[in-house]
Ligand binder design. Structure first.
Ligand SMILES: NC(=O)c1ccc[n+]([C@@H]2O[C@H](COP(=O)([O-])OP(=O)(O)OC[C@H]3O[C@@H](n4cnc5c(N)ncnc54)[C@H](OP(=O)(O)O)[C@@H]3O)[C@@H](O)[C@H]2O)c1
Length: 272
């Protein structure tokens, strides 16, 4: 199965599925997950300074013998590192851990009030230096993105937010479309908080796919990048097998009715 690559506003491309690496803290488990992912075809990996596994990712991808171009690596600047000097040095540490001299995508992890502007300007410099091919943000609401128009020389190319069948955020999605910002759907399985929805289950039966595959395929057909996480080889393979079937227009509509504003992670809407 070939995974589609999505073209970003800056003409860089990204594989439409990436392996989420949050909460894979143990190196043995990391290695096992990485190997399962690599062998089935994942080439896009989503880590963060806060996940504590950049080092494992660096070791794992280097050991494959692949060239750097074959891998798409995302990391995120943790909120404690938003001070300009600290941001730069923490990012250098990230690059060393990841065994590379650039990342494909660098994100600000969260819209920290008062510090996010300077942090973004620092990201723009890292981009200019070639250390981050694409820069973006995470957990930004429309308000946070609008504010950036006042200070950004480069607008974010990516916004990584919680998005799934049960949290569809239509206004934010439309805003990002209108502004050429690619959405990366994090917690695309709703962090496994609801694996028993009747509509999703019925469609899983109908398409002879699993519950998780319906959840992911819906996002893919909506045009988003998806970042499912699993530490288990079998599920890692299952989550990847979503490019060989299509949900009909009517069933896409049906899934659209299942939005219930379910947040399983951060809620950035109240951040001034
Ligand atoms: N930018 C941010 O602030 C932010 C926040 C949250 C997440 N993220 C990113 O998004 C990634 C994914 O989000 P997430 O980890 O919160 O949630 P998720 O991918 O929606 O769900 C992960 C959970 O689902 C289970 N699971 C995975 N595949 C499954 C399957 N096929 N069937 C049944 N259960 C399955 C996993 O358990 P097992 O591991 O035991 O299989 C785990 O408990 C993260 O790893 C991270 O890279 C970013």
């Amino acid at each position: 199965v070939t995974v589609p690559h999505v073209t970003l506003a800056n003409n860089n491309t990204v594989p439409q599925i990436g392996l989420g690496l949050w909460q894979i803290k143990d190196q043995m488990q990391f290695q096992q997950a990485f190997e399962a992912a690599w062998s089935v075809g994942y080439r896009h990996f989503d880590t963060a300074q806060a996940y504590g596994n950049e080092q494992y990712l660096g070791e794992a991808w280097s050991a494959t013998g692949a060239t750097r171009d074959d891998v798409f690596i995302t990391t995120k600047i943790w909120i404690k590192h938003f001070g300009v000097k600290h941001l730069k040095s923490s990012f250098d540490d990230s690059l060393a851990s990841l065994q590379t001299d650039y990342v494909d995508l660098l994100l600000l992890h969260f819209p920290v009030t008062l510090r996010r502007k300077k942090a973004w300007l620092a990201l723009e410099r890292l981009h200019a230096e070639g250390k981050a091919r694409t820069i973006g943000v995470s957990n930004y609401t429309i308000r946070h993105l609008e504010e950036m128009k006042k200070y950004a020389s480069i607008m974010p190319v990516v916004n990584q937010v919680e998005l799934h069948v049960f949290l569809q955020q239509p206004e934010l999605v439309q805003y990002c479309k209108d502004h050429g910002i690619m959405i990366e759907a994090y917690s695309p399985l709703a962090h496994a908080k609801d694996m028993h929805n009747q509509t999703v289950s019925l469609l899983a039966q109908k398409y002879e796919k699993t519950y998780a595959q319906i959840m992911l395929r819906w996002l893919v057909q909506e045009g988003h990048v998806v970042l499912p996480k699993s530490g288990r080889p079998q599920r890692i393979r299952e989550n990847y097998a979503i490019f060989d079937f299509e949900i009909s227009t009517e069933d896409m509509e049906l899934l659209r009715t299942q939005d219930r504003g379910l947040r399983t992670c951060w809620n950035p809407t109240h951040i001034p």
